[in-house]
Structure formats: C-alpha cells, structure tokens
Ligand binder design. Structure first.
Ligand code: HEM
Length: 382
C-alpha cells in the first residue's frame, strides 16, 4: 500500500504551455484517462491505496453529521433540548417503553428549572413531543459513532487506508467522541437555575460539529479523483481564509441562536431604524457585547455580509484564472449558495425565526461551509 501524500500524486501537475490549460486539452486528457485501463492517471485516490468504499463511507459520515446538525436545529427551535435530564451514553439508547418509564422521566423533567419557569402547563403528551426530538438527536449521534467507527476498524484491519489518512481519521473519531461530551456539557448548563443553555456552550457544540463535518469532507475530497489545474497562490490563500472566516460567522450565528437574538430586531437592513443600535454602543467590553442579544445580532449580520462579499470577490478572482470544470463548478455553486444563505438569514429575521426558515438557515450554513472546504481542496497546490 502506498503512503504518498496526495499532493504529490494529484493531477495535471506539469503543464509547460498555455495550450495545456485549454478546455480542449483538458477534455482530451479526461477522455484518455477514462478509457485507459488504469483509470485516471492523475487520480490521487486510487494511486494512494484508498478505494471507492472509503470515499463513500466518508461522504456518508459527513452527510450524517449534516443531518445531525439539522436535527439539532429542530431540537433547539422546538425547545426540546432540555427534556432529557439523564446522560447515559452507553445504555441510554432505548426509549421509554412502559407507562412507568414515561412517568419517571416526566417526574425528572418536572424538577428542572425549564419546566418550573417556562413549561409548567405541560402534560405528559406535551412532554413526549419534546422528548422525542432530543431522543432522536442523541440516537442519531450514537448511529454516527457506529457508522464511523465500525467501517474504520474494518478498513484498517483490511489494510484499505493509505497511511497519511489514518491520523486524520483518528482525529475525526476523537472529535466525534468529544462532541458527545460537549453536547452534555451544554445541556447541563440549562439544568440549573436558568432554563437556557449557555450560548457559548451552544457555539462550542455547533463549532465542533462543523469541524468534524469539514474534516470528513476535506478527506473525502482528497480521495475523489478529478483533473485539476494549478490555481494561483492568492486564490489558494483566500480559500483558506474564507474557511476560517466562515467558521467565525457560524459561531456568531450560534450565539444569535443561543440568546434568541434573532427576535430582538426584525428589520433589515436597519436595526430599529438605526445602522448601529444603541445596545452596541452601550456594550463597552467584549463579555457584555457577546452577551447582549442586539449586539450579537449586529455582529452576525455584518460578519455574514462581509463573508458573502468575500466569497463573491473570491469567485470573481477565480473566474479570471483558467481552471478545470471540477474546480469551476463548485466555485459557481459556492457563489450562488452565499447569496441563498444571506437571503435565508434575512427571511429568518423578518419572519421572527420560524422553525422552518431557521432550520434551513442552519442547514445552509453547513452547505456553504462544505462548499468552501471542497473548493479549497480543489484549488490546492499541485
Ligand atoms: C453567509 C452567511 C451566513 C451564515 C454562514 C450564517 C450562519 C448562521 C448559523 C450557523 C446560525 C446558527 C443556527 C443555529 O444554531 O440554529 C445562524 C443563526 C442566525 N442567523 Fe445567520 N448566517 C448567515 C447570514 C445571516 C444574515 C445575513 C442574517 C440576517 C440579516 C442572519 C440571521 C440569522 C438569525 C436571525 C439567526 C438566528 C436563528 C435562530 O435563532 O435559529 N444570518 N446563522
């Protein structure tokens, strides 16, 4: 099994002339590659010893993390997240099976500040509804763990993994395990006096999910063969910066969600008739700023708009370079997605954060982040 780093194996490395980059030449190379018995000569994937099942597995795991984030958004938006008072990571997979189980869980919930201060009107049936969302969220988390760990052990045992990939897979596994703990750490913050989870912990939970998802997609991208053309240094640097910046925007979005800050101003582009609302001026230190709903909404709006602008500039720069379709297509989709995501954010705000739009907005954030990761991979140094 080879252990070469994929960079060294990837695609269309040495083109001397401008002719090499013409669409005709690229198409011709792809055709030759397709019909050649060895498959694409520039394929990082197969020459590195990884196989198609490994790619399918990584993409499946990333898709499951994406679905997890969507379920997580619904759990939060339906205010279901604090309905399960216990954390039993190994034995807690079974749902309540008898009336006695339900009564016991409902009694535990009735002792929480959320029930006492906000949901004292709830009957057992109301409790069951919020319980199921949190239950599905946790069950899905366990399923991701299995879908990731079992094939990992199998591929490892069958020697199907290139050696460069192994530490990254172990890192993904460790981050996934950590996510379960961070999830509980977040829930625990809402089971004491105040019936709300800490918005910082919510941001840590979402941030970690985004990291795992981005890592899985980045690894899958490395293994999917495609003819690529060299991108300029500026473009490569910009793609890396945009990933980091998008991560910050996502964290700021989680702060908005965690403080229910989407409800404080429901106008766009002004906030209560002002470009800079008074709350922003009054928050004179970072801690106060990040705990003031209006200030956090202000921060998220402007960071998000800056990100979208950055993506459009990046896309415009990329259009001036000669790139292969496998690079150009995700870049075009990325630019379109940036516009869609800003639109979803604005609609979420204008319509007072309905579950449907806010969930779509959270899903959009992950799609945008995934596209950025994919584009950065496709523009890597050849
Ligand atoms: C590139 C653009 C954007 C990205 C990547 C992004 C990302 C996010 C993320 C990850 C969340 C957290 C969702 C959750 O935890 O449930 C969020 C929440 C939110 N965002 Fe954005 N956002 C963007 C643009 C915008 C814009 C332009 C606006 C409005 C002007 C906006 C308004 C909101 C609101 C109101 C929430 C809170 C929704 C809730 O409570 O669930 N976003 N955003």
């Amino acid at each position: 099994m080879g252990s070469r780093h994929p960079d060294s194996a990837t695609v269309f490395v040495s083109f001397g002339s401008r002719f090499d980059k013409t669409p005709w030449f690229v198409a011709q190379r792809r055709l030759v590659a397709l019909v050649s018995p060895e498959g694409p000569p520039h394929s990082a994937a197969m020459s590195d010893g990884a196989s198609r099942p490994v790619v399918v597995w990584l993409v499946l795991a990333a898709a499951m993390v994406f679905i997890m984030a969507v379920i997580g958004a619904i759990t939060r938006l339906t205010e279901s997240g604090l309905s399960m008072v216990e954390w039993r990571p190994l034995i807690g997979a079974l749902p309540p099976l008898s009336e006695a189980d339900w009564q016991r869980l409902f009694a535990e919930y009735r002792a929480t500040p959320e029930f006492r201060k906000l949901n004292a009107w709830m009957q057992l049936d109301d409790f069951k509804t919020i319980f199921w969302w949190e239950y599905i969220h946790r069950l899905w988390g366990r399923l991701i763990g299995l879908v990731f760990a079992l094939p990992l052990a199998w591929f490892w045992w069958r020697d199907r993994l290139p050696s460069w990939l192994k530490p990254w897979l172990l890192l993904a596994l460790a981050l996934g395990g950590l996510q379960g703990i961070v999830g509980w750490w977040m829930v625990a913050s809402g089971l004491v006096d105040a019936p709300h989870v800490s918005h910082y912990r919510l941001a840590a939970h979402l941030g970690l999910a985004v990291l795992v998802y981005g890592l899985l997609l980045a690894l899958a991208e490395r293994l999917v063969p495609a003819p690529l053309l060299p991108a300029s240094r500026g473009l490569r640097r910009m793609s890396a910066s945009l990933i980091a910046f998008a991560f910050v925007v996502i964290l700021s979005g989680a702060l908005v969600a965690g403080l229910d800050a989407g409800l404080v101003y429901d106008t766009f582009p002004l906030m209560g008739g002002q470009w800079i609302p008074d709350e922003v001026r009054l928050a004179d230190d970072v801690g106060t700023f990040l705990s003031t709903p209006a200030a956090v909404q202000f921060l998220h709006r402007w960071l998000a708009k800056l990100l979208a602008l950055g993506i459009f500039v990046f896309w415009g720069m990329a259009r001036r370079e000669s790139l292969a379709p496998a690079q150009r297509i995700p870049l075009d989709v990325l630019a379109a997605m940036a516009a869609v995501q800003v639109g979803l954010g604005i609609l979420t705000l204008l319509f007072h954060v309905p579950v449907s739009l806010a969930t779509a907005h959270q899903a959009g954030a992950l799609i945008l982040f995934g596209l950025l990761v994919w584009c950065a991979g496709r523009l890597r140094r050849l």
